[in-house]
Design a protein around this ligand. Structure first.
Ligand code: PLP
Length: 398
């Protein structure tokens, strides 16, 4: 079948929940992807911040192949060795105390909300607690995760959602204070808002929320699904803020392509939170994903992947600032490390389509932002190549 055939067939068979770019990707090597016509693309999206190690990393592939030959799945009724190693590794890089592995980011959010509710239930002896979430946030598409997602367009058709959620403005401490009641059990936010348009939390805000939480025994849930795993230049974005969450979610780059997420918590939370019967998953934390996570973290720690994200991220920010200064339709550049956004007054979807034609993969965020979340192994030369293609598109549309 050729490209047109695949696309026509896909549009007949798959539920139409995405307006996809008109290419069929077939293989990857390093930071390049190739479509079924053999066309090469420089990848600045990494499968939405997932493929942190790029494509076709031999060491990673071999670890997966070995595990495929041994054992894929057993269920959580038994122990397995790979997930023990994965748990130990993810605890070491996060300094959190307990972890529950999920199949996706959304499920990590579900678990985090349940963990917080159960903590408050155990502490107070009654249910009915509230959660404060942020406007313009994104936490996933299930009913629970959607309930804490501050985007009316995503929510409206599915209401009523989970009750007891109040929204505050990100980076506005007073607006968070205004939503706190006696029933508040948790405040959930992304350390760097991703889908909402690449907005890093300010230090004052995150530290202020942490203090509020400490005063009132409210749990701080940080969603590091997109910004975590080295992307900002720290293993987790919050590590650069001098705060620590009570509960944290990760996914995307955790398995570098194998579907896996996790929610983690401190021992203080774990002691009063989920116990046998409260939560579970059939696939979550199976030996296959365990082998992936353990290997990913081994490579991250040995090769200091987050240091490359910091150095190349600073270079990317500098080059994007130059682009911003050159084109009047670029109104802002925001981000940390290798999660960067360029706010433009042109349609970002049209820009990313034109980039694709010229062999560059970039994606959008929010309604007016071009998003750059490349593999964390990119080099400054890759950044230069990206900027050349991007500016050639900008020259055309200027
Ligand atoms: C992608 C994302 C999610 C949802 O993760 P899925 O794996 O798509 O379920 C949740 N939170 C943030 C910040 C994300 O970027």
């Amino acid at each position: 079948m050729n490209k047109t055939g695949y696309i026509e067939e896909a549009e007949k068979d798959l539920l139409h929940t995405y307006n996809r770019y008109q290419i069929v990707l077939e293989k990857g090597e390093g930071v390049k992807l190739y479509d079924t016509d053999g066309k090469e693309y420089l990848d600045f999206a990494a499968g939405i911040a997932v493929c942190a190690l790029g494509y076709s990393n031999d060491e990673y592939k071999n670890a997966l192949k070995e595990q495929v030959d041994l054992l894929l799945h057993t269920s959580n009724l038994y122990y397995n060795a790979p997930i023990v190693k994965a748990a130990e590794s993810v605890k070491r890089i996060s300094k959190m105390d307990r972890v529950f592995f999920t199949n996706s980011g959304t499920e990590a959010i579900e678990g985090a909300i349940k963990a917080a509710k159960k903590y408050a239930f155990t502490r107070d002896g009654f249910a009915g607690h509230e959660v404060i979430a942020m406007n313009s946030s994104f936490h996933g598409r299930s009913i629970g995760a959607l309930s804490v997602t501050g985007n009316a367009h995503y929510r409206e058709p599915f209401e009523p959602l989970m009750p007891g959620v109040k929204f505050a403005d990100f980076n506005n401490l007073d607006s968070v204070k205004a939503q706190i009641t006696d029933k508040t059990c948790a405040i959930i936010m992304e350390t760097v808002q991703g889908e909402g348009g690449i907005h890093p939390a300010t230090k004052e805000f995150l530290q202020g929320v942490r203090e509020l939480c400490d005063e009132k025994d409210i749990l701080l849930i940080l969603d590091e699904i997109q910004c975590g795993m080295g992307r900002t230049g720290s293993m987790f974005a919050w590590q650069a803020y001098g705060v620590k969450p009570d509960i944290m979610t990760v996914a995307k780059a955790l398995g570098c392509g194998v579907p896996v997420g996790a929610f983690l918590m401190t021992e203080k939370v774990a002691k009063k939170s989920l116990v046998p019967g409260d939560h579970g998953t059939t696939y979550g934390g199976n030996p296959f994903v365990g082998a992936a996570v353990a290997k990913v973290i081994e490579i991250f720690e040995r090769d200091h992947i987050e240091d490359n994200a910091k150095v190349v991220g600073e270079y990317l920010a500098k080059r994007l600032d130059e682009v911003k200064d050159k084109y009047s339709f670029v109104t802002d550049r925001r981000g940390m490390g290798l999660i960067q956004g360029l706010e433009i007054t042109k349609k970002p979807g049209e820009v990313s389509t034109k980039c694709l034609e010229k062999g560059l993969i970039v994606i959008t965020a929010g309604s007016n932002v071009l998003r750059f979340v490349p593999p964390l192994v990119i080099t400054k030369d890759d950044v230069d190549e990206m900027i050349n293609i991007l500016t050639s598109v900008f020259d055309e549309i200027a």
